[in-house]
Design a protein around this ligand. Structure first.
Ligand code: WTA
Length: 649
């Protein structure tokens, strides 16, 4: 096979040590934490597990029969009890758990005591409908307080939730309901999106008609839109909870009982139901919340601006923050509604201290211009996080400077739906961060970058990212398909080596740089070049707002690089600028990385979660018939692009 990714094509030299004042107060500021965890990983995780409230203590930390792990064997606990009752019992009932901000501007603040009561009422209602331990409940809700309430109510009674992102189609809901065999779905009369109402109940009705599994639907009134309620099947949430008792004993759960299923897309059409369990998952998200986000329960206002429909929201809006008694912001809407400064207005109003978002959002803010954050005082922000894709150094620098005021550490956190929690990341009080690098493993985690033969690569080289030691938040299997679990993740390099599907390189200091999915790695003249590195070089050009790069087949070089570029502000694309950008990449990386084609476009095709659809761009670049694009957030851009690329060669 071909040689691993070219080493240090584009190596970022700047480093950002933690400011002294930050390090002095940080939850982790002694580098010996790494040695301590390395000396006894199981003991390290057990020590974090013991910070939770167990109804029965565990007697064995780990049983590892690759590829199946069991953590905290014999232990019993309840996730909702840990996220709510534990804090209320300790006297923090009055503390705000969520400052919720609706898109139209309505607000709600929920204290830990209020959240516990609401969760208990709804848990009783679910029990009343016959939902019990182990039953699957589909949740198809927008970002309203009832979404975390529904998840926690399931957790309280031991039901397994399967949250389906509200931006997904009704067909996606059907697929997930069928696969998990869910009998109950929780939805809303509608969802707000940039001033419009998305008819969620209608989608749900369509889904229910297309599957024979759903017996009960529960509908939250959010927009007041008129909806069809079918007697006997559909129930209003507010009617169900009114009159319910706020007493609802939390079900003792085995550490290995399933907490939730979350579907993610794989290489085939059928979504994969990632299974997460109770004790290990909660331990992992709580430990990372505390150490990576340096969370101070008494003073921070934390905001993870993801959607709960994705794993980032499960782990770092709901379970991690609540396990650590955080006060969080929960925002329903879009970042540019009604204005492009909506986030900064919210951040300022609540005095947000920690912000966690994705590079794609950061690049959108860059494109809109620094004047929007500048209109608001963001001096409360003391820590920034990034997740979801490699962050190009320019976006890192912009984030650091314009949102973090030049002194808030930035943590670039690598992880996946499958890993449950953060795996590779700086620790903000210890690590000297390099813009664009996720840097080092979280203590106790063992990533190894390997070559085609599965051998560790030397420093300065690239290869495939693997994980070679079990961790508590790891998925346990794929729902109903253990064979696919084994085959997808544990067969490429050996039965006890987890293959993440990402390319990575180790720099000369041994720091880890994520290169994107390996299916996004191009091979040009026998050299493997990451789409990310070329994108990063393009975005480094002052006229470029965002870039997506893909390979297309080329007779001479195997693959040739095609770059799709959106420009900043009023810039116009033309041949001269295309040539300039090709040269710019050649300068930053080397001639071998120079794009064969540069295509200008007003927007890039993206999934509803904001990931650029590179597969689609590849189809466009190679002039192929385009498949179904209905899951895109902006399907109309695809037609424009295919027209422009037809003459673009
Ligand atoms: C990518 C999101 C580089 C990666 C939590 C991974 C990243 C996939 C980073 C998982 C990062 C996530 N740097 N790449 N900091 N974080 N990724 O399951 O390709 O939606 O495999 O989980 O996102 O996406 P998922």
């Amino acid at each position: 096979m071909s040689e691993p990714a070219i080493a240090n094509l584009y190596s970022e030299q700047r480093t950002f040590p933690p400011p002294e004042s930050f390090a002095a107060q940080a939850n982790a500021n002694d580098p010996s934490i790494y040695e301590e965890a390395e000396a006894d990983p199981e003991g390290w995780w057990a020590q974090h597990a013991r910070q939770l409230r167990w109804m029965r203590d565990f007697d064995t930390v780990l049983e590892w029969t690759p590829p199946h792990a069991k953590w905290f064997i014999g232990g019993e606990l309840n996730v909702a009890d840990n996220c709510l009752d534990r804090h209320v019992d300790a006297g923090y009932g009055e503390q705000i758990a969520f400052y919720w901000e609706g898109e139209p501007g309505d607000t709600r603040a929920l204290s830990y005591a209020e959240l516990k009561d609401e969760v208990s009422r709804f848990a009783n209602a679910l029990r009343g409908l016959g939902v019990g331990k182990g039953d699957r409940v589909a949740i198809y809700l927008p970002m309203i307080p009832e979404l975390p309430v529904a998840m926690l109510a399931c957790a309280r009674i031991g039901a397994i939730h399967s949250v389906v992102f509200a931006g997904f189609s009704s067909q996606a809901l059907v697929d997930r309901v069928d696969d998990a065999d869910a009998r109950v779905v929780i939805t809303a009369d509608g969802a707000y999106r940039k001033g419009n109402v998305v008819p969620l109940k209608e989608s749900t009705d369509k889904a229910i008609a297309a599957t024979d599994r759903i017996e009960t639907s529960i509908v939250v009134r959010r927009t007041g839109a008129e909806v069809d309620m079918q007697a006997g099947r559909d129930h209003w949430y507010h009617e169900l909870v009114s009159g319910q008792s706020t007493e609802c004993p939390a079900e003792p759960m085995d550490a290995e009982d399933v907490l939730y299923i979350l579907y993610t897309s794989g290489t085939t059409g059928k979504p994969k139901g990632i299974v997460h369990t109770t004790g290990g998952y909660l331990t992992h998200v709580a430990a990372t919340q505390r150490l990576v986000f340096d969370l101070k329960a008494d003073s921070d206002v934390y905001w993870c601006a993801a959607d709960i429909g994705w794993v980032t929201g499960h782990s770092y809006i709901v379970y991690g923050p609540l396990a650590c008694r955080a006060t969080s912001v929960l925002y329903e809407g879009a970042p540019d509604y009604p204005g492009k400064d909506r986030w900064w207005e919210i951040a300022n109003r609540y005095g947000v201290t920690i912000l966690y978002t994705a590079p794609t959002a950061i690049r959108a803010f860059m494109k809109w211009g620094a004047e929007y954050p500048q209109e608001h005082d963001l001096s409360s922000i003391r820590l920034l996080g990034s997740v979801g894709e490699p962050i190009n150094p320019e976006a890192w620098m912009w984030y650091h400077q314009h949102i973090g005021g030049g002194n808030a550490p930035v943590v670039d956190t690598w992880w996946q739906t499958e890993t449950g929690g953060i795996m590779i990341t700086p620790l903000p009080g210890i690590t000297h961060a390099k813009p664009g690098s996720a840097m080092v493993p979280f203590p106790g985690v063992k990533p190894v970058v390997v070559d085609d033969a599965g051998e560790p690569v030397p420093r300065g080289s690239g290869g495939y990212l693997t994980l070679q030691r079990p961790w508590p938040g790891m998925m346990r299997t794929l729902w109903g398909d253990d064979e696919r679990y084994r085959h997808t993740y544990w067969s490429s390099f050996g039965p006890d080596v987890y293959f993440a599907g990402d390319g990575a390189k180790l720099d000369e200091d041994g720091h880890i740089w994520l290169l994107g999915r390996v299916d996004d790695v191009m091979n040009v003249s026998g050299h493997r070049i990451s789409t990310t590195e070329v994108e990063s070089a393009l975005v480094d050009h002052p006229k470029v707002a965002e870039a997506a790069v893909t390979g297309r087949k080329d007779e001479l070089t195997g693959e040739a690089i095609v770059a799709f570029v959106t420009l900043r502000g009023a810039e116009e694309g033309n041949d001269e600028l295309a040539a300039e950008l090709r040269e710019h990449v050649a300068e930053r990386i080397g001639k071998l990385a120079r794009p064969a084609n540069v295509l200008f476009t007003p927007d890039l095709p993206k999934t509803r979660s904001g990931k650029i659809m590179r597969r689609l761009l590849k189809d466009i670049a190679e002039g192929r018939e385009l498949g179904d694009v209905s899951t895109l957030a902006n399907a109309d851009i695809v037609e424009e692009l295919s027209k422009s690329s037809a003459g673009g060669d």
